[in-house]
Design a protein around this ligand. Structure first.
Ligand code: ZN
Length: 301
């Protein structure tokens, strides 16, 4: 039985920040400072939104930045056009760590997240060939060489781990589904790939995702005007949060109780007419739910 709004939500969808971003992505809640980091990939910006004041600070990076994750030692780790870097948000200083695809100048890093053991997982995509499997998924641990974990990827996205760290959920947007792997948290190896969710026809393509405390996946529907909540055991869509914009890119739980779902969106690629119909495209939205997320895992360096 699909669940109702009253069961799922504590309030209506709100615009928390009218960012007008080209491609807002990678929302990550920093529970140390009660702010939401996010990136505007195409603008090459990393931003930090304080929902209390509704102000967002920005650092200009000078290259496309696909995603950021938090570090245990403070600061951020960022997956960018030209590799993976530490980023000190306050000074804007970067420190280069790795670039496994320097031989593929059309590829850039896209989504990235840390696993429960503090490794960074970051995937790539071909900027001019987003429909072709020319990209890959990498894993980086402090003091170790970067490791390719998956190839033949088109647009690397999603990423979430089950609470017991035994399952890794992954999205290649081009495949229009969510896949699961058995996850060995000691080594980071991923095996036994299978499809757990298929996105219904006409509901866009899966992009970013997060997991709640009941093990359900919240998946952003790029071109689908919604975030869907899915049961990865059955593949069933349980609920959806509808948005007034088509290009919904990612979501993450945040707030002091981790029960607000923050949602990023984009305006890049809309026609003039579409942009007129979607004046809030590129905004950061949020909605208070009856679920909770888990604190974002931090990079162990
Ligand atoms: Zn994405």
């Amino acid at each position: 039985m699909p669940t109702t709004n009253d069961q799922m939500l504590q309030g209506p969808l709100e615009v928390v920040y009218e960012a007008g971003a080209r491609l807002a992505e990678s929302p990550v809640w920093d529970d140390r400072i009660n702010c939401l980091y996010w990136v505007d990939i195409e603008a090459g910006r990393v931003c930090c939104l304080d929902p209390a004041s509704r102000k967002s600070r920005t650092v200009e990076i000078g290259q496309r930045v696909g995603a950021v994750a938090l570090r245990q030692n403070g600061g951020l780790i960022a997956a960018m056009e030209q590799g993976i870097y530490y980023l000190d948000f306050d000074s804007g200083e970067t420190h280069w760590l790795a670039d496994p695809e320097s031989h593929l100048p059309d590829n850039r890093f896209n989504d990235a997240k840390c696993d429960p053991c503090g490794r960074l997982w970051a995937g790539t995509m071909g900027m001019n060939r987003p429909r072709q499997p020319v990209a890959a998924l990498y894993m980086l641990a402090p003091g170790q060489p970067i490791k390719r974990q998956l190839d033949q990827v088109s647009v690397s996205n999603g990423m979430a781990w089950s609470a017991d760290s035994r399952i890794f959920y992954y999205i290649d947007t081009q495949l229009e589904r969510v896949d699961a792997f058995d996850f060995n948290h000691m080594t980071g190896s991923i095996t036994n790939r299978r499809t757990v969710i298929r996105i219904a026809e006409g509901e866009g393509r899966p992009d970013g995702m997060t997991i709640d405390n009941e093990g359900m996946l919240w998946v952003a529907h790029w071109g689908g005007w919604q975030v869907g909540r899915y049961d990865p055991q059955t593949g069933e869509k349980l609920f959806s949060v509808e948005l007034p914009v088509a290009r919904v890119s990612s979501c993450a739980f945040g707030g002091p109780n981790l029960d607000w779902l923050y949602i990023t969106t984009a305006r890049d690629g809309l026609s003039e007419a579409e942009a007129k119909e979607q004046p809030l495209a590129g905004s950061i939205f949020r909605i208070k739910t009856n679920q909770k997320g888990r604190p974002a895992d931090r990079y162990a360096g």
